[in-house]
Design a protein around this ligand. Sequence first.
Ligand code: SAM
Ligand code: SF4
Length: 342
Amino acid sequence: MIDKFNNTNLKSITALVDQFGRVHTNLRISVTDRCNIRCFYCMPAENVVFRPRDELLSFEEIVRFVQVVATMGITKLRLTGGEPLVRTDLPLLIRQLSAISGIQDIALTTNGLLLAEHAAELKSAGLDRLNVSLDTLQESTFEKISRRRGIQKVLDGIFAAREAGFSKIRLNAVAIRGLTEADVVPLAQFSRDHNFELRFIEFMPLDAEQQWNENDVLSGPVIRTMLENHFCELLPAERTEPSQPAVDFCFADGRGRIGFINPVSQPFCEDCNRLRLTAEGQVRNCLFSTEEWDVRRLLRSRATDEEIRQLVRDSVSAKAQAHGIGSPEFQQPARAMYQIGG
Ligand code: SAM
Ligand code: SF4
């Protein structure tokens, strides 16, 4: 109780507000750049060079960083990667993070391939929420996207997670024009039948091969029309969290919800409250930032908490107003999605 009181006091002193008034309360932590598949919108097909193990932050270093930023108003964490479930002993990290005063919610984004074997352990370690990436229900399309086979394992993972007690599982589908149109209705049907919340995500220019083209984006508004034509009207859902990237809708027949994350066609930068920590300890203020702040150096050099806080404040102060995709000045970051942490 006393801890929480102190934490609240500290927050009011050090809240992470940027120059546009955005208050940062969310941290995405990449725990690895490794992955067991090779989605074309994220990783190169072959010859991926991963960071050597000793360059990745240890659990102790991640925990120290979170302890510090929790005093600055960070309350929600999302673990990601690469594929977070390939990092050994992840439940151990979750257990430690969930014990940090001020941390109210821990989520995980996974491709689901290893979920069946880890779901129960993740739940008992204190993981609150789970997002599973599911772009298609067809093995052939799964293989085209991820350059590997395994859709059944992903589906098994999703149901194992529900079995393990994750009551609200969100499915994330990256939508690609010319490739996943035929998946839109089946994915929605699947989500309605099994009571999962589905979110379509627009393809962003973060692919390692830098082949992204605006014409490849199957936009949220187009998908919405496809769904309304097939099912029924989509009614705007109440927006409980203004900073959430998704705009949610309910099917008018009362059977399910659907969300759209439209960073390309409808950017949501003005409500962004997220910071990122890469697997090798760089703080980023945006997915599309071209600058990083090296907190690993501080974590490995006996720096004080205040020095770490100052680095985080510097990163927040430098945050751009918007990502600028589509503008002539836009530059795709040198690092791809798997190296940043989605
Ligand atoms: N490996 C895990 C997974 O795939 O769920 C976590 C990391 S992944 C980078 C996080 C999310 O980013 C996934 O939902 C993935 O589909 C999405 N993603 C990756 N590259 C993307 C891109 N270029 N545009 C939009 N979403 C992307
Ligand atoms: Fe791996 Fe996730 Fe990137 Fe796909 S999107 S290659 S699953 S990190």
